[in-house]
Design a protein around this ligand. Structure first.
Ligand SMILES: [Zn+2]
Length: 211
């Protein structure tokens, strides 16, 4: 099963992707996570991506496409995968079609997690990350001990691009680049809109109902 998740930064699509990944036992491929890991390890790719991400801009298409192509050709993707953060442009969507054609695979669902800009701003400014992959929110999903991850006990932190000043730029970039994608997948009969406003568990119930 191949699922694409669309949704603004802060729509909760990362959380939905994780839940889908464990329910269907297929990998969750987040281009954002891949970039952040490379930035942390200071790889060549990381240095390249950091220049754009720090400014709240999107990483160029050719860089992103190469990463995704490498990843979906790995063995653990044979039974399907979840794409989170890719494609973001029509160019990337067309490239993905080509990649999948070579693998003789097809997209099953494109889930569009819909939330208002105001919800996004509230959510992102309260988001806290942990190096182990856990994601928290100071109101919606707080850690038991303030600032300490429930799972691994390390200190949580605010992602560089979750700083309030970059959120608005990210939302603008998202809507500008990604809106045409909704039409693209609507025409292909793959797009399913999901109300992303309720709690993550309720959103997930809706997701499971429609697929
Ligand atoms: Zn942790």
């Amino acid at each position: 099963m191949i699922i694409i998740l669309l949704g603004a930064p802060g729509s909760g699509k990362g959380t939905q992707a994780k839940m889908l990944s464990s329910k269907f036992n297929i990998p969750h491929i987040s281009t954002g996570d891949i970039f952040r890991r490379n930035i942390k390890e200071n790889t060549l790719l990381g240095k390249k991506a950091k220049m754009y991400i720090d400014k709240g801009q999107l990483v160029p298409d050719e860089v992103t496409c190469e990463i995704v192509d490498d990843r979906i050709n790995m063995d653990d993707c044979r039974n399907g995968f979840i794409l989170d953060g890719f494609p973001r442009t029509i160019f990337q969507a067309n490239e993905l079609e080509n990649m999948l054609q070579k693998l003789q695979l097809e997209i099953n669902y494109v889930l569009n997690i819909v939330v208002t800009n105001q919800s996004v701003i509230t959510r992102i400014s309260g988001r806290r990350m942990c190096n182990c992959g856990q994601i928290y929110h100071i109101d919606r999903n707080p850690t038991k001990i303030d600032g300490i991850c429930d799972v691994c006990g390390e200190a949580t932190y605010i992602r560089d691009d979750d700083q309030p000043k970059t959120i608005k730029t990210r939302l603008q970039a998202y809507h500008q680049a990604t809106k045409p994608l909704e039409d693209y997948y609507l025409k292909k009969g793959l797009l399913i809109n999901i109300d992303g406003e309720p709690a993550p568990k309720e959103v997930f119930n809706e997701v499971v109902t429609v697929i």
